[in-house]
Design a protein around this ligand. Sequence first.
Ligand code: MF3
Ligand code: CO
Ligand code: CO
Length: 258
Amino acid sequence: MSIPLKNKDGIARMREACAVAAMVLDSLKQLVRPGLTTQDLEEAGRDLIASHGARSSDYGYQIGSRRYPAHTCISVNEEVVHGIPSIRRVLRDGDIVSLDVTVTYNGYIGDNAVTVPVGRITPRLTELLDVTRDALDLGIRQAVVGNRIGDISATIQAYVESHGFSVVREMVGHGVGVKMHEPPEIPNFGRKGTGEKIKPGMTLAIEPMVNVGGHRIKTLADGWTVVTSDGSPSAHFEHTVLTTETGPEILTLPRRSP
Ligand code: MF3
Ligand code: CO
Ligand code: CO
């Protein structure tokens, strides 16, 4: 399937959907503190999404015969992505928590994620968060017209591995627009000069998932929660980016009004 290019109207709507996704994520991350449950964050996220007149793209999202049961994905420590919020999961001082917010607004979808510390965390975990955020930033800078998708992938991988961390391979970034997952796939590893050529009007969700230990992952019996196989902590940062003739534009930055 070919990569959908957004026209002027599609881009305007993407801007709005992504601004909502960003504002919700920004508010949510400021609530994080020891003692909260991941269900508390879910309920805050659900209400924030509704307050913007948007809806969660996650809720009811289907993979195979399963439907995702929550409005947000909240993944703690060794959980990589797709953590299902729970009243039993209490955030503790020293944890890291990944918040992934995806909303549908006016028919278009914005997708973004951050990992934040809970209270005080170790220097190694601080480094994990910094490296993952910087890897996303460097990847975004490769989303330039004329480059290829593999330029994003290779740049992220090289940076992460140079810091002694590993990139998850089975899960990838993706095009995003009227559907949550559109072509192309955007792996966080690969080779420069490979993959599809980047053209103006692509909207790409770039999202490195980085492990302190090995790159291997597995899915828990709940059918959703992805964890590292070796139990090592994992971080995840994501932005939705528009490609333009004048360079990449991050759409998931919080704004005052949508
Ligand atoms: N936000 C995720 C992504 O970055 C997808 C959510 S999966 C769902 O692609 F099951 F929660 F919907
Ligand atoms: Co996401
Ligand atoms: Co995504």
